[in-house]
Write a protein of this length. Structure first.
Length: 201
């Protein structure tokens, strides 16, 4: 199981970086706006009896083929968005506003509930990848703080990200004091150092 954890952690970091760059679009409580561009379906050039008679015909066919590919891609994105929205509605009964973001590699639902920021990340097919919940110091579970304090008793936990992926749950925690900063992962009570630096004065 511990061999699986670094793989999950690296995929989380990749998706985390992706979700920072996607462009956000707002919607109402899990309903995903259609990503399909209906004008693409009406934009095919009409090719009549002149097919095969001049060079403009091949240009027309090329444009039609390009538009068809774009329409198929839009339809595929719509299906993925719908699948993600259905999964979200099934698993999250929340009262707060949901903001959806779309990128080349991910679909992300963002909402704040009980002062915790949540990002539910889906892949391009609308399948759940993982959830990220950002906790301020007063929302970090006591067990996570205790595990960190055993290794770094002089540092305070300032923020944590709870990651749930494929039935596995772990935390990425920022620990610091006036002079030092450390970021650790905590999984099954085990604390691993990810990064650290000394603060400049």
């Amino acid at each position: 199981m511990k061999k699986v954890f670094p793989v999950l952690l690296s995929s989380t970091i990749v998706y985390f970086s992706i979700t920072q760059s996607v462009q956000a679009q707002s919607s109402d409580k899990g309903s995903v706006p259609a990503a399909i561009n209906h004008s693409e379906f009406a934009s095919y050039p009409f090719i009549g009896s002149s097919v095969g008679k001049d060079a403009s015909t091949s240009v027309g066919w090329a444009a039609a083929e390009k538009d068809l590919k774009a329409a198929k891609a839009s339809l595929k994105a719509l299906k993925a968005n719908t699948r993600a929205a259905e999964n979200f509605k099934k698993n999250y009964k929340i009262s707060s506003e949901v903001i959806w973001s779309y990128g080349d590699e991910a679909i992300v639902a963002f909402f704040i509930e009980d002062e915790v920021q949540n990002r539910i990340v889906y892949d391009r097919k609308g399948q759940l990848v993982h959830t990220l919940s950002y906790c301020s110091s007063n929302k970090i579970p006591e067990g996570i703080i205790s595990a960190a304090k055993k290794i770094y008793p002089d540092l305070n936990a300032t923020v944590a990200v709870q990651v749930k992926e494929g039935g596995i749950e772990f935390y990425i925690v920022n620990l610091e004091d006036e002079n030092r900063f450390k970021q650790v992962s905590i999984y099954d009570g085990e604390v691993n150092l990810m990064s650290q630096f000394t603060k400049s004065r």
